[in-house]
Design a protein around this ligand. Structure first.
Ligand SMILES: [Zn+2]
Ligand SMILES: [Zn+2]
Length: 190
């Protein structure tokens, strides 16, 4: 039985990631306990291609993979992201903690996995000119002052006003007050 395409794609991502994890365990002798590892797919995540959560009480590591990253990357690159998260899972299982320190770097290097989670970074904010006929557009990863106070800056092409969009929610604002309101309204979703 199937619950539609959404589930099918998530199932496909998890199935491929699991197969790859078994290959990695054997080929690179990464002593990760796949039986104590859970997989899930985030349909919404835009900033991080993957992450690994650790429940110290249950000893279960959960690897979360972003569906958008699966769409965005070719499989060899996405497989690198899977290996990156597997190194986190391995660290959690053996040391109860994980980061991007020397131990992580060595392992990730041996697995030919990217060193940082941030490999996948869709812009968090999109700046868009409001002048008719001007298609100026810029992106920002951080809430810099042009993001927080668009009323103090101008379009980089025509000098007109622009709006800022919070890419994940689609909320837009054109003033510092609007930024504050959007941020407050979104709360944890920010
Ligand atoms: Zn990482
Ligand atoms: Zn413009």
């Amino acid at each position: 039985m199937t619950d539609g395409e959404e589930l099918t794609l998530a199932d496909e991502i998890v199935a491929r990631a699991r197969i790859h994890a078994r290959e990695v365990r054997e080929e690179y002798e990464l002593a990760v306990d796949l039986g104590a590892l859970e997989w899930t797919v985030s349909p919404r995540a835009r900033r991080r291609a993957g992450l690994c959560r650790w429940n110290a009480d249950s000893g279960v590591a959960t690897i979360v993979l972003a569906r958008r990253a699966y769409d965005h990357y070719d499989w060899p690159e996405f497989a690198g992201i899977v290996r990156h998260e597997l190194v986190h899972a391995w660290e959690f299982q053996h040391f109860g903690e994980s980061g991007h320190g020397e131990r992580f770097r060595d392992r990730a290097g041996a697995l030919e996995a990217p060193r940082y989670c941030e490999a996948f970074a869709e812009p968090r904010y999109v700046l868009r000119c409001l002048t008719d006929g001007c298609d100026w557009r810029a992106t920002r990863h951080r809430a810099s002052t042009p993001v927080k106070s668009p009323d103090q800056y101008r379009c980089g092409a025509c000098g007109g006003p622009y709006e800022v969009e919070h890419a994940e929610s689609g909320r837009t604002w054109t003033t510092a007050g609007g930024y504050g309101g959007a941020k407050a309204a979104l709360g944890d979703e920010w």
